[in-house]
Design a protein around this ligand. Structure first.
Ligand code: PAF
Length: 284
C-alpha cells in the first residue's frame, strides 16, 4: 500500500494498471476513517483489482463558519487501516495540489448540481456545499479514471446528487451505493462523532432513535409524515438542535406528505457544535 500525494504520479501509475487490464475502484473520503469507510474499501477490494482511497479534506465544500480547520486529520491511522484492508493506494494531496489557485476561489471552474436538488436538506443549510462536493468528486474521478466509485448511504443526498451528475455528464464510472453503518447503540458512524463528549453522545443517540420511532410508527400503520415527524420530536433530546427532519421520495427526492412508496426520512441536527446527519428508508 502506497501513499501518493502527487496527481501526475498517481495518473501515471493508474494508466499503467489500466493498460495491464486492471479494474480500478475509487473510495473518496476525507479521512479519519471508521468502520463505515472500511465497508466501502472492503467492497471496492472485492469488486476491483486496484483500490484507491482518496483522503482529502476538501476546503471548497466547507462554509466559512464550518469545521474545515478542525476537521480531524489522521493520515497515519488511515494508512494502517487501508493497508489492513488490502487497499493499494491512498491518494492524499495537499490543498495546493488540488487547487493551485485556491486564493482566487472565484476563478475556479465548479461543477454545480441542479438548484432543485440543493435547495433542500443539507444543501439548504450548507450553501455551496454540493458544488464543492461535485467539483472535487469530478476531479478525483478525472485523476483516477476508476471503473467504480463507492459512496455511503449516510450522505444520502450527496449520493443522489453524485449519481445524477455522473448520469447527466456521461461520466464512465459506476457509482456503487453502500449501506449506512451504525454503532451497536444505533448512532450512525461519522468522522465527526470524534468531537462528541460522553454527554453529547447520549443526546446524539436520540437522533437515530427518532428515526427508528418513525419506522416503528410507519410499521404500525401511520403514513402521514406530519404525524411521523411529531412522533420523532417526542424522542429527540431537548438539547439536540434540529436543522431539518424531512421526508422525500427515494426515487427522486420530492417531498412526501403521505408515504405510498419508498421514502427517506432524513435528519440533520446539532449536538453542541457538532452537526450530525442520519437517515432511514421506509416503505420499501
Ligand atoms: O463524503 C465525503 O467524505 C466527502 O463529501 C467526499 C465525497 C469525499 C468529497 O470530499
Amino acid at each position: 500500500m502506497k501513499v501518493i500525494n502527487n496527481i501526475n504520479e498517481l495518473k501515471e501509475i493508474l494508466n499503467q494498471e489500466k493498460l495491464n487490464g486492471k479494474k480500478i475502484g475509487l473510495v473518496p473520503t476525507m479521512g479519519c476513517l471508521h468502520k463505515g469507510h472500511a465497508s466501502l474499501i472492503q467492497k471496492s477490494v472485492e469488486d476491483n483489482d486496484i483500490t484507491v482511497v482518496s483522503v482529502f479534506v476538501n476546503p471548497i465544500q466547507f462554509g466559512p463558519n464550518e469545521d474545515y480547520d478542525k476537521y480531524p486529520r489522521t493520515l497515519e491511522a488511515d494508512a494502517e487501516l487501508c493497508k489492513s484492508l488490502n487497499a493499494d493506494y491512498i491518494f492524499a494531496p495537499a490543498p495546493k495540489e488540488m487547487y493551485p489557485d485556491l486564493e482566487k476561489f472565484s476563478d475556479l471552474t465548479m461543477v454545480a448540481p441542479p438548484y432543485a436538488l440543493t435547495d433542500m436538506l443539507c444543501g439548504k443549510s450548507r450553501i455551496g456545499h454540493f458544488d464543492g462536493v461535485c467539483t472535487v468528486v469530478t476531479k478525483l474521478i478525472n485523476i483516477t479514471s476508476p471503473d467504480r466509485a463507492y459512496f455511503g448511504m449516510k450522505d444520502i443526498q450527496q449520493l443522489f446528487i453524485v449519481k445524477k451528475m455522473v448520469k447527466d455528464l456521461n461520466f464512465s464510472v459506476d457509482i456503487i451505493s453502500c449501506p449506512l453503518v451504525r454503532e451497536e447503540s444505533g448512532l450512525a458512524l461519522s468522522s465527526r462523532n470524534k468531537y462528541l463528549s460522553d454527554k453529547d453522545k447520549i443526546s446524539a443517540l436520540t437522533i437515530s432513535k427518532a428515526l427508528f420511532a418513525i419506522k416503528d410508527g410507519y410499521q404500525k400503520g401511520i403514513t402521514d409524515t406530519k404525524l411521523l415527524f411529531d412522533t420523532a420530536m417526542t424522542v429527540l433530546a431537548k438539547d439536540v438542535e434540529l436543522d431539518y427532519l424531512e421526508f422525500v421520495k427515494k426515487e427522486n427526492f420530492e417531498s412526501v406528505e403521505n408515504i405510498e412508496e419508498p421514502t427517506i426520512a432524513a435528519i440533520a441536527a446539532k449536538v453542541g457544535n457538532v452537526r450530525l446527519i442520519d437517515n432511514i428508508i421506509i416503505g420499501e
